[in-house]
Structure formats: structure tokens, C-alpha cells
Design a protein around this ligand. Structure first.
Ligand code: C5P
Length: 227
């Protein structure tokens, strides 16, 4: 296991990736965005026209495809069979279909194994997703659960989408976020919930810098305890 393992879980658009990346940079740690993995499998399934309800086909596809992930310009870049899909995995139709892949126990098991392998090769790592502190790394040194009001999360997602030249009304975006939360919280495997020992940070009224500074203080406190 890495010398320092920090997990960040939380609902859609709560700022996990932004905070995880910044925290990783401050700690000289690697960064893993596990949502990119669920998104890449979803896109691969859409491209291969696999029936999303057929778990065995989804698993076969996950095992047969070659996925690679790396950090590029501060975000998780993804390739499927050598083709760069970094932008495509973030398109709204991929986001909407990710729930099928995310609720497959067999695919989750495979992706969890890949996440643990990735972490085992790092000295320090900040990893973010929905189940990182609860299922994947229950022994993590510090666990955060980031949350923010649905309207604020919709505003943040709208700004992000606009920066990429896409968009939608605030109401539509908020509804899509709330639907995704419901699906993430209610699935039988790896549901979204805070780990019992997670530090819950409500970021509704905080800037990214404030959240990162708070998180960094907790990590420093915990690590001093450990030494
Ligand atoms: O974090 P992001 O929005 O990129 O995640 C996309 C989807 O992947 C989520 O809505 C969730 O269903 C799934 N996911 C998951 N477990 C993770 C990370 C993401 O189920 N650890």
C-alpha cells in the first residue's frame, strides 16, 4: 500500500476532481479519477453496441478492451485500445449511461482491482470517486466526503459545460445531477455514502482554495498522528 493514501468521495459535481487534483499537487501525490474508468467502460460499451443490461457482455468487453489512464493537463486522460477518448467520455450521453456500468457488480469488481493495482504502485495517492473510502480503500489514511447543495452543484456543472461550448438550462442540469445521485446512492454494490470515518466537507459556500486548504490541514494533522 502507498505510504499516504487519501480518498475523496461524494456526489456528482461536488468538486471532487478539482480538489483531488489540487490536493495531490500540494502533497506531491498521484491522482486517480475513478469516474473516468466507469465512463471509459461506458463509452466502449456504447461504441460496441453492447446491451448495457447484459452484465456478462459488459464484463467481457471490460476484459477484452485495453484501457489506459494518465494525468494530462491536470485531468484524467483516457484511451481505449490506443484511441484518446478523454473528451468523449465526458459527453452528456456517456454520463447518462454510466449508471448501467456502475451498477454491475462484476464490472465494479474488475475496476476495483485495477484501482488497487494502480495505488499499490504509488508512494502517495489521492483517489476520488463514490466508493473509494468505503469499499476500495477502507484502510486509507484520510477519507473525505465532499458535498454541496444540488443547486450549487448544478451551477458549477453549467459553468464547466459552458467552458466546453455545451450547456443546458440550470433546471435540466440540476435534474440530471439529482437523478445520478439517486442512482449512485441506491445501487446494491459500491453505493455512494460517506465512510463511517470520513471527514464530511460541505463545499457549498467555500472556494476551491478554501476546501483544499481545509483538506490539507486534516491530512497534515492525521499524518503527524501517524509518525
Ligand atoms: O465522477 P464522475 O461523474 O466522473 O463519475 C461518473 C459515474 O461513474 C458516476 O455517476 C457513478 O455512477 C460512477 N462511478 C462509480 N464509482 C466510482 C466513480 C464513479 O460508480 N468510484
Amino acid at each position: 500500500m502507498a505510504d499516504l493514501l487519501v480518498t475523496i468521495d461524494g456526489p456528482a459535481a461536488s468538486g471532487k476532481s478539482t480538489v483531488a487534483r489540487a490536493l495531490a499537487e500540494r502533497l506531491g501525490a498521484s491522482f486517480l479519477d475513478t469516474g473516468a474508468m466507469y465512463r471509459a467502460v461506458t463509452l466502449a460499451a456504447m461504441q460496441a453496441r453492447v446491451d448495457m443490461a447484459d452484465e456478462n457482455k459488459l464484463l467481457d468487453l471490460t476484459e477484452e478492451s485495453e484501457f489506459s489512464f494518465s494525468v494530462r493537463e491536470g485531468k484524467m486522460a483516457a484511451c481505449i485500445d490506443g484511441v484518446d477518448v478523454t473528451e468523449r467520455i465526458r459527453e452528456p450521453h456517456v454520463t447518462a449511461n454510466a449508471r448501467y456500468v456502475a451498477s454491475s457488480a462484476k464490472v465494479r469488481e474488475k475496476l476495483v482491482e485495477m484501482q488497487r493495482q494502480f495505488a499499490a504502485g504509488q508512494e502517495r495517492i489521492v483517489t476520488e470517486g463514490r466508493d473509494q473510502g468505503t469499499v476500495v480503500f477502507p484502510e486509507a489514511d484520510v477519507k473525505f466526503y465532499l458535498t454541496a447543495g444540488a443547486l450549487e452543484r448544478a451551477r458549477r456543472r453549467q459553468a464547466e459545460l459552458r467552458a466546453n461550448g455545451t450547456g443546458g438550462s440550470l433546471e435540466q442540469i440540476q435534474k440530471a445531477i439529482e437523478d445520478r445521485d439517486k442512482s449512485d446512492e441506491s445501487r446494491a454494490v459500491g453505493p455512494l455514502k460517506p465512510a463511517d470515518d470520513a471527514i464530511v466537507l460541505d463545499t457549498t459556500d467555500l472556494s476551491v482554495d478554501e476546501v483544499v486548504a481545509k483538506a490539507l490541514r486534516y491530512v497534515e494533522e492525521k499524518c503527524l498522528e501517524k509518525d
